[in-house]
Write a protein that binds this ligand. Sequence first.
Ligand SMILES: [Zn+2]
Length: 80
Amino acid sequence: MAITLEQAKGLRHGDVLHHNTDRNADGTCQRWRVASEVKTWKNDASRVQISIRWGLKTWGVLTEKDLGIVHPASECTRLK
Ligand SMILES: [Zn+2]
């Protein structure tokens, strides 16, 4: 599973993504929360940058190259 570039651009602060392979101790998907507005580039529509947060204080950045490692919470096949 993955999110598309268009889905990535449509994310909003506070939306939740699930990691495709990292699991919580109970087997549910690790939840990554969108931590700010999604950054896009007017002169390069192929780019996107998403600040994300997981756990209490771990931050990271997803770019268009990372869209294959997450899926939208709403499309999760491991319900919960
Ligand atoms: Zn999931």
